[in-house]
Design a protein around this ligand. Structure first.
Ligand SMILES: *Cc1c(COP(=O)(O)O)cnc(C)c1O
Length: 374
């Protein structure tokens, strides 16, 4: 019998979330971003549900190969482009579209021998200062690419640093529009937060925004995370959880006042209480920084963790179950995030992430190899 911890992917929720993106950006084509193994869900596990996307975007060439191996003939985009010259051979062979964000990548293309001209996405650094050409260097980069026989079509992209927050995107949109004015080619700007918060907002008084006109790049919202939690919840955005991390109680203890729980005695009972011990720890990808009070569902009833997260176990307070008249003991169902299989109760991954001082992205991506998927 394997340990009872289990990750479950909900394909119908993936499909639903993809449809939500379509509703919010009806004129755009949608890249399903499947980097980091589809945000920890597993590319192969998500593929059928996401077939309705117009393309798949990723970072890793090996992930692009995996999507081609699933017989996807449509567009694939390498969001960071290639990492070394010989990567371009795979791009030619598998028809991968790729970002071009630095001079070196143009040099490599210029030296690349291919029968198949490439479609590239020239990236503007519109203010995030990670990847991309500065506005002053952008046109020269475009002209250089445009003169290469290895390049068939140039699209234009940028990435927002603050689509989820108060600074917003207007300054970056302005930089993009200035740098790309009168350049031909399709555009891609929006990530999930921009799709949800800004795609329908009129920029520069245009009435309907051109922001989401060509391609949008949807990641976390596909996977049921609210990019701007806690300002908005996933439910506010009409998103459904796509992953459930569940396990079972493998032990229980009756505590008396002053009894402590776990390493460092980080939790001490103030009143008599029963706790359960869950087969889930940081070696499963559960965040070690989750403090006492992090929400968890036991038999569908919401309660909290107590004490430190250890490698293979966490402890949970069973008092709310007793108060609700719900029995619990060894074998009881525990949901760390997602949907309770027995009751349908939900625990958004955003809430757990928030409690642990991180974001849903990190928790979803961190589900460990040793966790089986059901
Ligand atoms: C990861 C990524 C996205 C998707 O971001 P979400 O916030 O998950 O929607 C979009 N564009 C680029 C360039 C990315 O690297």
């Amino acid at each position: 019998m394997p340990r009872p911890i289990l990750a479950t992917v909900h394909p119908e929720a993936l499909q639903h979330n993809l449809n939500q993106a379509r509703l919010r950006a009806p004129d755009a084509r949608v890249w399903a971003v499947v980097k980091a193994n589809a945000y920890g869900h597993g590319i192969e596990r998500c593929f059928d549900a996401l077939r309705g996307a117009d393309g798949f975007a990723m970072i890793d060439l090996a992930e692009a190969e995996r999507v081609r191996a699933l017989d996807w003939r449509g567009p694939l985009l390498l969001l960071e482009g290639v990492f070394e010259p010989r990567d371009l051979e795979l791009c030619s062979r598998l028809h991968l579209w790729h970002a071009v964000h630095c001079t070196e990548q143009i040099d490599w293309l210029a030296a690349h021998k291919t029968q198949v001209p490439h479609r590239v996405f020239l990236k503007l650094n519109s203010g995030m200062n990670r990847l991309g050409f500065t506005p002053t260097a952008f046109r020269a980069a475009w002209a250089r690419l445009n003169a290469l026989p290895q390049v068939e079509e140039i699209s234009l992209m940028t990435h927002f640093s603050d689509a989820d927050g108060p600074r917003g995107i207007a300054h970056q949109v302005a930089a993009f529009e200035a740098a790309t004015a009168d350049l031909p080619g399709e555009r891609t700007l929006c990530n999930s937060a921009a799709i949800l918060r800004h795609a329908q907002s009129p920029l520069r008084g245009e009435g309907v925004s051109t922001l989401a006109a060509d391609w949008v790049r949807e990641g976390i919202a596909l996977y049921g995370g609210a990019p701007d939690y806690p300002e908005h919840t996933a439910a506010d955005w009409g998103l459904q959880p796509t992953m459930t991390l569940s396990s079972r109680l493998i032990g229980a203890q009756q505590l008396q006042p002053a009894d402590t729980v776990g390493y460092g005695s980080a939790f001490a009972a103030e009143v008599p209480m029963r706790i359960g011990v869950v087969a889930c720890g940081y070696a499963d990808g559960y965040p070690r920084h989750a403090p006492t009070g992090t929400p968890v569902l036991v038999n569908g009833v919401r309660t909290r963790t107590v004490g430190r997260v250890s490698m293979d176990m966490i402890a949970v307070d069973l008092s709310p179950l007793e108060a609700a008249g719900v029995a619990a003991g060894v074998g009881s169902e525990v949901v760390l995030w997602g949907v309770s299989p027995s009751t349908g109760a939900q625990l958004p991954v955003d809430e757990v992430a928030r409690s642990a001082g991180t974001i849903s992205y990190e928790l979803l991506c961190a589900v460990a190899q040793r966790v089986h998927f059901g």
